[in-house]
Design a binder for this molecule. Structure first.
Ligand code: IPE
Ligand code: IPE
Ligand code: MG
Length: 252
């Protein structure tokens, strides 16, 4: 069993982490910012700002542990229903975060990608995202997929439309369509399915996240609000994951 930490480390939990059995792909529903703020008598946007700090720590930890992929649910296709002020604050925060962090992420060999229809985002957000994706495109470390204007149903529908077009153009036969072929039409093309899906905030639902890809994912729910989620929370989730018996429909 590989172990990163010295024997005298105070991080007892981390000492027990099996580095040979880490999830390859962690998907994270970053939820609970609003309630975190409300509890403190602050505006919801203060919760989103605090959430950025949690994000920084989670990316750093995943990168240090050698996790392959981290997919972050940042803005859903349904989040447009929120008041314009909140939507605009979230978009501004994204620009602020990328501007501030991209150099450091690049230095740490992190590759930034997005899933979802980013064409609907404001111009300056789009510009910042594209430049971060471009700058980090040749990096070989942690892949961070940011889900922006992402919805699992929307992604599946787009895949179906793409395949219909291929059939219409006589480029493929219907019989040739199998799961591997379908996955080529998803935003997550080339990314292994998430091994572990984490949702803080106390909600026990998936909220239209990665519907196709989570067929055999392990779930970890917690009452912690996203801004309070830290390195220890992540280690705890991974250690729970390591106790799971994944059978994929088979028997042991
Ligand atoms: C998650 O926190 C951030 C986004 C959905 C963009 P919320 O804003 O959903 O916080 P709660 O769930 O209202 O507490
Ligand atoms: C899911 O959280 C979306 C993101 C974290 C980006 P929501 O707060 O939008 O989900 P619901 O509305 O509680 O299901
Ligand atoms: Mg929420």
């Amino acid at each position: 069993m590989r172990n990163l930490f010295a024997k005298d480390s105070k991080k007892n939990d981390e000492e027990n982490l099996n580095l040979d059995r880490l999830p390859k792909h962690i998907a994270m529903i970053m939820d609970g910012n609003g309630r975190w703020a409300k509890k403190r008598g602050l505006p919801r946007t203060a919760g989103h700002k605090a959430g950025v700090e949690a994000l920084r720590e989670v990316i750093r930890t995943c990168s240090e542990l050698g996790i392959g992929y981290l997919t972050l649910y940042a803005f859903s296709t349904e989040n447009w229903k929120r008041p314009v002020d909140e939507v605009s604050a979230l978009m501004k925060l994204l620009v602020y975060y990328l501007r501030k962090e991209v150099k450091e992420l690049h230095k740490n060999n992190v590759k930034i990608r997005t899933i979802g229809d980013i064409s609907k985002l404001p111009q300056n957000s789009l510009k910042e995202i594209n430049s971060a994706v471009d700058l980090t495109k040749n990096n070989t470390g942690l892949v961070v997929n940011i889900a922006l204007n992402y919805g699992g149903r929307n992604e599946i529908l787009n895949g179906v439309k793409g395949i219909c077009q291929k059939v219409k153009n006589n480029e493929i036969n219907i019989e040739q369509i199998d799961e591997d072929y379908f996955e080529e039409f998803l935003d997550t093309k080339g990314v292994p399915d998430p091994d572990l899906v984490i949702r803080p905030s106390g909600e026990l639902r998936i909220s239209n996240f990665l519907l196709w890809q989570i067929a055999y994912s392990e779930f970890w729910f917690s009452n912690i609000f996203w801004p309070d989620f830290n390195r220890e929370s992540l280690i705890e989730a991974i250690m729970d994951y390591q106790k799971r018996d994944r059978r994929f429909g088979g028997i042991k």
